[in-house]
Design a protein around this ligand. Structure first.
Ligand SMILES: [Zn+2]
Length: 402
């Protein structure tokens, strides 16, 4: 048994005024006590300056992308050996940013899901993977090159069954087109309402949750009425711009408790040269990148004030400014959008854990949870940017050199 003592601590939901002493054994947290807690003599103690918190969870990543320019478009060209290396590098980069669990929402032909299976049979020092396999998409639809194209009832039923059989943690469906796939339209739906309903119903019948990629307002509304469990991006974009959605729809979204991942998180140092497909999107909307970021932030603030359940995932890996490990920026951006630091952190810890189906063992400083812990320099409660100053990482009880 060993113990970690820190003056400032965040437990996954709120800050702990009395600091914390966390007792760890066999990779698990076995007790969470106050800073002053008298520790038994046989127990080794480490003191840290700064703030202790649970390891972060990136609820939307693509481990098959290498954080380079137009990374999604290059995935199809990787050999099997190359893609394994890309996944390893991605997991390493995530861990160096304090991300100890990732939810992969789109691999190539189940390679990340297979990596998850290998993790389960032989534990390794890398973030735990929750995975969807290749996203369901329409013929030539968004990210079709990942191998998840379906057309018509039979193919939909077969694809959902295959994912359930392989033990997919979640099914991802591209309800709208995407910015990064030329020839698709982010503002339009890719499936009929009946087809999306079939995807949701057959997944739920097999006990698998569904999350829908939805940029355009029609796709968000379709996903909401189909009863999905999560909505990714939720930009509510129409030809009139971002956030074009009625108060009634937002109220219904809040009531549904659907986990909405606005995929914030942009390393602004690296966003100078946006790729051609993003520039084309900007030209079409007639806005600069800065204007879009402001409008997105305002809209996420509106989602929050409407009571929508928010989780953090960065869509990490798809470009230089969306590199693996960009998640702390997403949390900081949520604070700018109006969330308290404690609420913003919850979207990347306890809230993300619940949305990813790992709430019993991840995302909280609580007895019985995995000892995935971080210490950042400074008082996180008064300065959320401390999240960028990682000093210590423990992964299932093992220290990681950072
Ligand atoms: Zn994505």
């Amino acid at each position: 048994m060993h113990a970690i003592r820190v003056r400032h601590a965040y437990d996954g939901e709120s800050f702990m005024a009395a600091g914390a002493t966390v007792l760890i054994e066999g990779g698990l947290i076995i007790g969470v006590e106050s800073y002053e807690f008298p520790i038994p003599g046989f127990c080794e103690v480490t003191h840290h300056e700064g703030t202790l918190l649970p390891g972060l969870i990136d609820a939307h990543t693509h481990l098959v992308t290498d954080s380079g320019v137009s990374a999604l478009g290059r995935v199809a060209g990787f050999s099997d050996e190359e893609i394994e290396q890309v996944i390893s590098t991605a997991l390493h980069d995530q861990l160096m940013a304090g991300v100890t669990t990732v939810r992969d929402l789109g691999d190539r032909r189940f390679c990340v899901l297979e990596r998850r299976d290998r993790q389960l049979s032989a534990p390794v020092i890398e973030p735990q993977i929750v995975a969807s396999g290749p996203p369901l998409t329409s013929t030539n639809g968004h990210c079709h090159f990942l191998g998840g194209e379906v057309s018509g009832t039979e193919e939909i039923i077969r694809a959902v069954a295959e994912r359930a059989e392989r033990g997919a943690d979640i099914i991802k469906v591209m309800a709208s087109g995407g910015v990064n796939t030329p020839g698709t339209d982010a503002m339009l739906t890719q499936f009929t309402a009946d087809e999306l309903q079939l995807i949701v119903d057959s997944a739920h019948a097999a006990g698998v949750p569904v999350t829908a990629h939805a940029h355009g307002t029609p796709a968000v509304e379709q996903a909401l009425s189909a009863g999905v469990d999560g909505i990714e991006h939720c930009s509510c974009v129409t030809a009139r711009g971002f956030g074009q959605v009625s108060e009634e729809t937002l109220a219904a979204l809040a009531r549904s408790r659907i986990a909405v991942c606005p995929t914030l998180g942009l390393d602004t140092h690296l966003m100078k040269n946006s790729p051609p497909e993003v520039r084309a999107m900007l030209a079409r909307i007639g806005m600069t990148a800065e204007e879009i970021l402001q409008v997105r932030s305002d809209f996420v603030g509106r989602l929050y004030r409407s009571g929508v359940r928010l989780v953090s995932g960065a869509d990490s890996g798809i470009g230089p400014a969306k590199r693996h490990g960009v998640l702390p920026y997403a949390v900081c951006e949520l604070v700018t959008a109006g969330l308290s630091v404690a609420e913003a952190l919850a979207t990347a810890t306890s809230g993300a854990a619940d949305a990813c189906g790992v709430g019993a063992g991840k995302g909280r400083l609580a007895a019985g949870c995995d000892a995935d812990l971080l210490v950042v320099a400074g008082d996180l409660e008064t300065d959320v940017t401390a999240l960028h100053r990682l000093r210590y990482v423990l992964l299932r009880g093992l220290p990681v050199s950072i």
